[in-house]
Design a protein around this ligand. Structure first.
Ligand SMILES: [Mg+2]
Length: 111
């Protein structure tokens, strides 16, 4: 598989286009439902971790594993951000700029 040079914005738009093509935006979903769906992907990641499936593997041609479930989280978030017309690169840049100047472990938090 070759690397591609799409920007985060281009990925966000492509992910949203695919989700729309697959009918995921034909129903109204509120923020709480979308957040729950993001949580469900995190739970899938936890289960893959518990099974020790840290790398990508294929089951009947479908990519599975811990890293795939984390990417599912990313896909759901980017789809949602595009639906809300968010300039994710701008927000990401602003938040990273803020984080860079924060105290170590944000003031000594334990975890
Ligand atoms: Mg999943």
């Amino acid at each position: 598989m070759s690397k591609d040079s799409r920007t985060l914005e281009e990925w966000q738009k492509e992910i949203h286009r695919i989700a729309k093509d697959k009918g995921w935006h034909e129903m109204d979903r509120n923020e709480a439902e979308i957040i729950s769906l993001i949580h469900s992907e995190l739970s899938e990641a936890l289960e893959e971790y518990r099974e020790g499936n840290m790398d990508i593997y294929y089951e009947d041609g479908k990519p599975e594993g811990y890293v795939v479930e984390l990417v599912d989280v990313l896909i759901r978030i980017l789809d949602h951000l595009e639906e809300r017309d968010v300039d994710t690169e701008k927000v990401l840049r602003e938040k990273c700029d803020y984080n860079r100047d924060r105290n170590e472990r944000h003031g000594g938090k334990r975890i």
